[in-house]
Ligand binder design. Structure first.
Ligand code: FES
Length: 75
């Protein structure tokens, strides 16, 4: 099994989302989800942050990273 090389850089993980705020926090009441499945971004690259728009795929290809969204499912 090939081993992955992990490169750790000392830089901000958030490139440009809500940089005027001291800390970015989003909260969601799961009972209020309108769709059966909602994907929330964890790569900080989404153009629709806090929702995932698939930008993590490009980020992972370019960097060798392995980030993906948080999936919330409505019961
Ligand atoms: Fe960031 Fe999908 S775009 S996790």
């Amino acid at each position: 099994k090939p081993r992955r090389m992990v490169v750790v850089r000392a830089e901000a993980i958030n490139p440009d989302i809500k940089k005027d705020e001291a800390k970015v926090v989003d909260s969601v009441l799961v009972t209020e989800l309108s769709k059966p499945l909602t994907a929330y971004c964890r790569c900080w690259r989404s153009g629709t942050f806090p929702l995932c728009d698939g930008s993590h795929v490009k980020h992972n290809k370019e960097t060798g990273d392995n980030v993906g969204p948080l999936l919330l499912k409505k019961q």
